[in-house]
Ligand binder design. Structure first.
Ligand code: EPU
Length: 301
């Protein structure tokens, strides 16, 4: 979708920049996605005004975080994409509290906190993406989830059109799901973390990195796990048991390393990945009577 020169000028007045005809394939870890104008924001205080402006102009839009858990449609997209740029000053620590911009990289946040002798998030070290994406999805790995460490979230609340602060007691963090509305935009978070010596945290980080390296296709284009695990089960194990590793539709393939990772081996399109997702879901339904739910977020046109 293209933004008019007039709207571009108004966005610039609000401190935003335009990246015209951006390829979402270049901004997502799956390397899949069509083109659209991308609006780059530097200051989260401008979010309400920019959202209001886009609403007034009737411009459909989506907010892109790290782009590591999203499968974007092919071709010319029917919505523009907003993306918040990170700032080097986006994190600081006060006692056991870490204040972090949602646009910050999750791994960099874990390391930053570790350097301040704040632990508890080692399991999240290899989870790619932004802190905002991790908050929205309640990202987790190796027994750690971000939710329990959250004390307060500053967000753009779509329902009120304002920036609001929300205490942890008002947020529900479930398995890869939270009570935030899909249109809410994460802006900043206050985490509370246990004190722990840096060397100890580092040892934990190394263990998690090693586990991840030995079981996940880290050097291939993916969005992490495609499906949520069903209660008490493992999507990866079921797909593996069905002999679907290496199964492909075009260049979209079930990883031969971890069966819940679907990888783009070359020029995979969204339509290929969706066909592969449907095919695997059907096979699992047929064999186990379980309906797998997407973990990856799909942006259709
Ligand atoms: N397994 C297989 N074959 C496979 C993959 C897994 O048999 O191809 C078996 C493993 O041997 C193990 C079990 O399935 O016994 C579970 O596998 P794993 O430990 O890799 O964990 P997972 O449940 O598949 C979850 C998260 C990952 C996270 C890991 C590590 C989900 C959907 N996935 O995977 O998160 O990194 O645990 O804690 O909850 C993600 O969210 O995108 C993600 C990758």
């Amino acid at each position: 979708m293209r933004i008019s020169a007039q709207l571009e000028a108004r966005l610039r007045e609000l401190g935003a920049e335009l990246r015209p005809a951006a390829s979402l394939a270049e901004h997502t870890s799956l390397g899949i996605g069509g083109t659209t104008d991308e609006i780059l924001l530097r200051h989260y205080e401008t979010v309400p005004k920019i959202m209001r402006l886009l609403a007034e102009e009737g411009v459909p839009h989506r907010f892109l975080g790290g782009g590591t858990n999203v499968l974007v449609d092919d071709g010319e997209l029917s919505f523009v994409v907003l993306h918040m740029l990170t700032s080097a000053l986006g994190m600081h620590v006060e006692g056991n509290a870490a204040y972090v911009d949602a646009a910050a990289d999750l791994g960099a946040t874990v390391t930053f906190c570790a350097k301040h002798d704040l632990g508890g998030m080692e399991g999240l070290i290899g989870v790619p993406g932004s802190v905002g994406g991790a908050l929205r999805m309640n990202a987790g790995a190796y027994g750690t989830q971000i939710g329990p460490h959250v004390r307060e979230v500053e967000l753009y609340r779509a329902a009120s059109g304002e920036i609001e602060s929300v205490r942890d007691s008002e947020i529900r963090f479930d398995y890869r799901h939270t009570s935030f509305a899909p249109e809410d935009v994460m802006l900043r978070v206050k985490l509370e973390l246990p004190s722990q010596p840096f060397q100890e945290i580092l040892a934990g980080i190394k263990v998690c990195n090693e586990k991840r390296r030995s079981s996940q296709p880290l050097n291939q284009k993916s969005a992490g796990c495609i499906f949520k695990n069903p209660p008490g089960g493992s999507a990866g194990r079921m797909i593996d048991e069905l002999g679907l590793k290496g199964h492909r539709v075009g260049d979209a393939m079930v990883s031969d390393r971890h069966a819940n990772f679907f990888v783009n081996t070359g020029q995979a399109r969204c339509v290929d990945m969706l066909k592969l997702i449907d095919l695997v879901r059907e096979r699992v339904r047929g064999a186990y009577g379980i309906e797998l739910e997407n973990e990856v977020i799909v942006w259709r046109n």
